[in-house]
Design a protein around this ligand. Structure first.
Ligand code: ASP
Length: 441
């Protein structure tokens, strides 16, 4: 019998998790059962993915750079990656702003609804937490983000999973490996090559657990929703974000077709497990190991390229997040600060949403923290900020799930494009978890 493809297994797990979540919502004490007995399996899965993300970035990037055998190629790759990342992010923001201005989801929201949302979420711990985190970010100096890329203790960076610091260190080691005699470089290269293989195998094994984990994650998401009435009131806004995100996916598929000459359907089929995990976990960082595995083994991008483009992308390229920030900022203004809706302010939003998406951590709801900074950049009244966040808080999780899918798909698309431009897009060579199992069982 033909084995069911992984993405189908994950989809079945998700659907069953959603159904189970609804059932538990209607049973007394059901929410607690999910919280105590189901959610932990989702958490274990995310922990395992995060566990391997750091060694994977380190190993694949050092190995990748030393394999390029040419420092000028690293420069070309770096430059192309950054230019395309910025380009796609700007397009995402413009799409978002166009949609929200045309549809106007915030226009005409009744006072009664605003009051209801305000009283329910204005002092919600989640909203307060976002505001506190945003003010910590904002207090840093203008060049702090740059300073933060350079670690003073790599072990601390590894422990705290500081992605950009790890990327910098790995690039540094990789370049120095190129600059020392080959016989001296070999042992370290072999070490990281081997580490890379081991971690990739870990991804295969962890993915065996994915269908069950997404069941747990989805059941938890469903039981966490508590106010469907407010959710319905925000449907217009939600549709604008989801519609914009869908347009972004179409845009990526066009890029794949036109630039890499590959079939969009083939691309979607092969990247779908990463997209489904992005959706279930709301974290591009947790999804990164799977994105790397899919892009390298199933889409045929050489390690040299994926090892650089994907970790950088997971941290700085968030097209879904920036599109969302554009729409959310304007939506909030339409509802509570219409006088701020000027053309200049929208231009400022393009710039700050670009920077904010670069600065957003690749973890759940980070985009909402940075939204505060986008709003502040246009002089949004600070006393209205909690109300602004309260307005979009109820639907943030489902939208976060969707924008994370776009973030991950964007990274995968750009890695295909950069690989193609460098002649590093080859034939996919998928590996299975049990390729070697017969010999050792
Ligand atoms: N959850 C998103 C990600 O990890 C970031 C965000 O938009 O909140 O990519």
């Amino acid at each position: 019998m033909k084995k069911l493809a992984l993405h189908w297994k994950i989809i079945i797990g998700m659907v069953l998790g959603i159904i189970f979540g609804f059932i538990m919502n209607s049973v007394g004490g059901g929410k607690n059962i999910v919280l105590d007995w189901i959610k932990p399996f989702g958490t274990i899965f995310i922990n395992l993915l995060r566990l391997i993300a750091v060694p994977l970035i380190l190993a694949s990037l050092i190995k990748g750079v030393s394999d390029l055998k040419d420092i000028s190629k690293i420069k070309t790759m770096g430059l192309r990656t950054i230019v395309i990342y910025i380009g796609t992010t700007l397009i995402a923001i413009v799409i978002g702003l166009s949609i929200v201005n045309i549809v106007g989801p915030g226009k005409g929201m009744s006072e009664d609804t605003i009051e209801k949302i305000k009283s329910k979420y204005e002092n919600d711990a989640g909203v307060v937490d976002k505001l506190t985190k945003a003010s910590a970010q904002k207090d840093a100096g203008p060049l702090q983000a740059l300073v933060d890329i350079f670690p003073k203790n790599i072990f601390k960076s590894l422990g705290d999973a500081k992605m950009l610091q790890i990327i910098f260190f790995a690039l540094f080691v990789g370049i120095c490996l190129l600059l020392i005699p080959e016989e001296k470089a070999k042992p370290l290269e072999l070490f990281f090559d081997s580490l890379n293989e081991v971690v990739m195998k870990m991804v295969d094994l962890i993915m065996l657990f994915a269908p069950y984990a997404v069941f747990a994650l989805m059941a938890n998401v469903i039981t966490a929703f508590d106010d469907t009435e407010i959710l319905l009131k925000l449907l217009n806004y939600g549709f604008c974000v989801v519609g914009g995100l869908a347009l972004m996916i179409v845009f990526y598929l066009i890029l794949i077709k036109v630039y890499t000459k590959k079939s969009p359907m083939w691309f979607l089929k092969n990247i779908s497990p990463a997209q489904l995990l992005a959706f279930s976990t709301s974290s591009s960082a947790a999804t990164l190991p799977v994105t790397m595995e899919r892009v390298e083994e199933h889409l045929g991008v050489d390690k040299e390229v994926s090892g650089f483009v994907l970790p950088v992308g997971a941290t700085v390229n968030m097209d879904g997040t920036s599109l969302y920030q554009g729409i959310a900022a304007v939506f909030i203004m339409q509802v509570i600060w219409p006088e701020g809706l000027t053309f200049t302010n929208q231009l400022v939003i393009i710039g700050t949403a670009l920077l904010a998406s670069i600065g957003s951590a690749a973890v759940p709801s980070a985009g909402m923290v940075m939204l505060v900074i986008v709003l502040e950049s246009i002089g949004f009244p600070s006393d209205l900020l909690p109300i602004g966040l309260a307005l979009i808080f109820a639907v943030d999780r489902p939208l976060d799930m969707c924008r994370t899918v776009v973030n991950v798909t964007g990274d995968a698309t750009v890695s295909m494009m950069v690989a193609k431009s460098l002649g590093k897009l080859g034939e996919p060579k998928p590996k299975n978890w049990d390729d070697n199992y017969e010999k050792v069982k």
